[in-house]
Design a protein around this ligand. Structure first.
Ligand code: PLP
Length: 406
């Protein structure tokens, strides 16, 4: 039985077919390529019961992933993160059946590890010598770490304002790293030009190579499997490039076609910051694509993307699933970071906190019903964002005393 049931690639705009077993970027019309599988073969070869007995990482879904030879699998144990009930916090915001998919526990401390594990594995399989990408930090960190593990090179360009820890992650794993005084789109232009000068380098910017989305879609498989092959009513996702949201929707549709879940799809919520809301604006304006927002600014750095290549796919997924889009402010994001940590003991990233703020608002407006099962994605660990917590505590004299209680 084949390890992967990979069939071909398909243009997300024209549905034109492309060969999968050579290095591919975007389609002729500049659109992302989506990976297609022989789902009849998958259905014949594997069952959910069999998957239940496999190791607890994302490679448990290997028939539905693009790597053909297990020898090319580059793993640090990523995947199968906890789907945690957060009932105390849930009760506070009026959503008692609230769950958090906690990606803070994954290698490199952000869910970018999923896309990097699958993207790097496939790049290695196709003979790529080095990967090159612009990043807001976490993706560059993850791709350079996995590239090191695979024995291939990495060229990373990130804004000077990106979380500082992510620089160190690139440097420690031997990446060629540059900072740019600008945003991710400026970094992107620099990388594109560099790759044209460098044979053997593949540009792996968000959705400019087909396989990152396959890594991120496994969050959708895991949520369904962890709920006993059922889907929640609502999933909230902090969208920058939107890869995870597109991926989760793709995963759910693949599971439907396999007959592993029923006809219901989770309503997907695209969460952005009021400091950078291009897709939210497009959604409410009834548009199929977003327009570049100038001068964007948010402390939720992973979602500071002024114009995403796959914006139309995010909008399609949100509309097709009956979802919505909402922007929240940095102040509410910071408030949710501490509200969650106090209620549940979990220190999450600002992007994850944005989803909590959105859940709170959507419950208040009635868009989320009280009895609904709701999943928020925490896409990274709070430990990567120490500046989200202000520490102002007394220093004691050595021979002094701790103040009396109360
Ligand atoms: C990159 C990132 C996001 C956004 O992911 P996209 O796939 O670009 O939508 C959200 N949260 C964190 C922590 C990130 O690093």
């Amino acid at each position: 039985m084949p390890y992967s049931s990979l069939s071909h690639l398909e243009c997300s705009r024209t549905a034109k077919r492309y060969e999968a077993d050579q290095v591919q970027g975007v389609s002729e019309v500049g659109a992302p390529l989506l990976v297609r599988y022989d789902l009849d073969e998958v259905r014949a070869n594997v069952t959910p019961e069999e998957i239940a007995g496999r190791p607890h990482d994302l490679w448990r879904y290997h028939e539905l992933l693009p790597v053909r030879d297990p020898a090319n699998v580059t793993t640090l144990g990523e995947g199968m993160t906890p789907l945690l009930p957060i009932p105390t916090y849930g009760a506070q915001i009026g959503v008692p059946h609230l769950l958090m998919k906690d990606e803070g526990l994954i290698p490199t401390g952000s869910f970018k590890a999923r896309g990097a594990a699958v993207g790097v594995s496939r790049a290695r399989e196709l003979g790529v010598k080095a990967v090159a990408m612009p990043t807001n930090g976490n993706a560059g960190a993850a791709w350079s770490v996995y590239a090191a593990r695979a024995g291939i090179g990495s060229l990373i360009v990130m804004p000077v304002d990106a979380p500082e820890i992510t620089r160190r992650e690139c440097v420690v794993s031997g990446a060629e790293l540059y900072l740019v005084d600008g945003l991710i789109n400026h970094a992107g232009a620099l990388v594109k030009a560099a790759v044209e000068e460098r044979p053997g380098y593949q540009e792996v910017s968000t959705l400019k190579e087909p396989y990152r989305i396959e890594g991120k879609k496994t969050m959708g498989y895991e949520i369904a499997e962890q709920l006993g092959w059922q889907v929640p009513d609502v999933i909230l996702y902090p969208a920058g490039g939107g890869v995870g949201l597109i991926g989760i929707h793709k995963a759910m549709k693949e599971l439907q076609e396999l007959g592993w879940i029923g006809p219901k799809l989770p309503r997907l919520v695209c969460v952005q910051s009021t400091g950078c809301p291009p897709i939210v604006d497009a959604f409410h304006a009834g548009l199929d694509e977003s327009t570049l927002v100038e001068g964007t600014r948010t402390l939720a750095f992973g979602i500071n993307v002024p114009k995403a290549l796959g914006d139309f796919l995010v909008l399609q997924a949100v509309r097709e699933s009956g979802g919505t889009a909402i922007a929240v402010s940095d102040e509410t994001i910071l408030a949710e970071v501490s509200a969650l940590a106090r209620a549940e003991g979990a220190w999450i990233c600002p992007e994850g906190a944005a989803c909590l703020a959105a859940a709170r608002e959507l419950r208040q407006s009635g868009w989320i019903g009280e009895q609904e099962r709701v999943v928020v994605l925490n896409t990274g660990s709070g430990l990567k964002y120490p500046e989200t917590v202000q520490v102002d505590v007394p220093v004691l004299e050595r021979d002094g005393t701790v103040p009396t209680a109360g």
